[in-house]
Design a protein around this ligand. Structure first.
Ligand code: NI
Length: 298
């Protein structure tokens, strides 16, 4: 089943393409009637709804605040359907339009909060995130009350203005604090995707051309290489090099002997020891060494 996020993304791309095509068509065709306008507005509505749903769907993939994200998607869908009803059926009902305005405002507030929920703040800063949610909720409520009461008392408008400013300031603060928290947690990396050796080797076309498949412990790597024939004798002054044979057979020649490695066998070549790896029939190997190790030695 496709995720909510990819569905929203596909809808967004499709509706943007349709809006773009219709917009261009509208400019090229002389007769631009109600139908064309409705189709264009429909497409724009779906685009806008997809953007809001995408924000919530992204938050849905995190564990925290899932209810918020789910409500965001649901309310956005309701708002989009209501707006489409207005576009296509033109109901001249003020209450219905107020209702749609209210639902759309709540949808925007939920999408806004969903985006803010993506930030990970240090525990001592989490109140900023909660204050941002609260202020966005307050602003949405004040707007909805305003639609229904047309309450244009000066003090009410002042409060609306103050709420907007608070929402804006907190919205800027949350990602800044996320950045600070990220800096404090520096050193904790995300887990990279798993390595599939069959894919890695299948992708290597050149012999003796090691490719990094993992970087670890600042400066150390695991490399994968396909080898065939003989590599020139060399040594690495301060770098140990561990060879591991995944398939085939690898011979490592030293100054006075040669060690043969079969599949599943490995050998440590200590720093400074001269060695010349070779494989008559070809082999797939892993190398464990510092990142700065060059195959030809130094
Ligand atoms: Ni070497």
């Amino acid at each position: 089943m496709p995720s909510a996020r990819s569905t929203a993304l596909n809808l967004l791309v499709a509706s943007l393409l349709i809006s773009g095509a219709l917009g261009i068509a509208a400019l090229l065709v002389k007769e631009f009637g109600t139908l064309q306008a409705r189709v264009l507005l429909t497409s724009l509505t779906v685009s806008a709804a997809s953007i809001l749903a995408l924000a919530s769907a992204t938050a849905l993939e995190r564990r925290r605040y899932r209810t918020l994200a789910k409500s965001g998607i649901a309310v956005t869908a309701v708002a989009a359907v209501c707006i489409l009803i207005i576009i296509w059926f033109d109901p001249r009902d003020d209450d219905f339009i107020r209702l749609v305005g209210s639902v759309a405002t709540i949808a925007i507030a939920l999408a806004h909060c969903s985006l803010l929920s993506l930030a990970t703040l240090a525990p001592r800063h989490e109140w900023v995130q909660r204050a941002a949610f609260a202020s966005a909720g307050l602003l949405a409520s004040l707007l909805v009350i305003f639609y229904w009461t047309e309450f244009d008392e000066e003090w009410y408008l002042r409060i609306l203005g103050i709420a907007s400013i608070v929402v804006t300031v907190l919205t800027i603060l949350v990602p800044v604090m996320h950045k600070i928290a990220g800096g404090e947690a520096a050193g904790i990396r995300s887990v990279p995707p798993p390595v599939n050796l069959a894919d890695v080797f299948g992708d290597i076309n050149e012999y003796w051309s090691p490719r990094v498949i993992a970087s670890l412990n600042s400066g150390h790597v695991v490399r994968a290489a396909r080898v065939k024939g003989t590599f020139p004798m060399h040594s690495h002054a301060d770098q140990d090099e561990f060879f591991f044979v995944v398939s085939g057979r690898l011979d490592i020649a030293f100054a006075d002997n040669t060690v043969g490695l079969a599949e599943g066998e490995g050998l440590l070549v200590p720093a400074g020891v001269e060695h010349a790896p070779s494989s008559a029939d070809g082999a797939e190997i892993l190398l464990f060494e510092p990142e700065s190790t060059v195959p030809t030695g130094n």
